[in-house]
Design a protein around this ligand. Structure first.
Ligand SMILES: [Zn+2]
Length: 76
């Protein structure tokens, strides 16, 4: 995704300065607040980043495979 494009979470910040920071790079998986984490997980769904969703999902509740839009494991 273009790092200068608006973040998919709707914050109006560029992706690289918003959820992109938590998705990859030096601050990977370091979303500092519950809101930042939930925004980053929403953006991960939009962008199709199952590895990020898996890493931020408690193992006891994590489905396998991670359901993404257009990849429903059951019937959609
Ligand atoms: Zn965002």
């Amino acid at each position: 995704m273009d790092p200068h494009a608006p973040c998919p979470c709707g914050s109006a910040l560029p992706y690289a300065r918003c959820c992109g920071r938590w998705h990859a790079g030096a601050e990977h998986l370091q979303a500092p607040t519950a809101e930042a984490l939930m925004r980053s997980r929403y953006s991960a769904y939009v962008l199709g980043l199952p590895d990020y969703l898996a890493a931020t999902w408690h193992p006891s509740r994590r489905p396998d495979p991670i359901p993404l839009p257009g990849r429903c494991p059951v019937r959609c």
